[in-house]
Design a protein around this ligand. Structure first.
Ligand SMILES: [Zn+2]
Length: 62
């Protein structure tokens, strides 16, 4: 199930309240500021810091 792109306008990173970016390939929502990737479960963003994955610098989307 794909993410509803409109959701990206209303959701924010729970840590820094910044914008999230959808990484289609990894199916994750990425916060560039915190270098965190939040998972999607059946199209629903899981915006919990303890569920997020820490990104390495070469995983950061441009
Ligand atoms: Zn953030």
């Amino acid at each position: 199930m794909a993410l509803d792109i409109k959701l990206l306008d209303i959701i924010a990173c729970p840590v820094c309240k910044g914008k999230l970016h959808y990484n289609k390939a990894a199916h994750e929502l990425v916060c560039r500021f915190d270098k965190l990737a939040y998972p999607l479960e059946e199209g629903i963003p899981v915006l919990l810091e303890n569920r997020a994955r820490l990104l390495s610098s070469d995983e950061m989307p441009s």
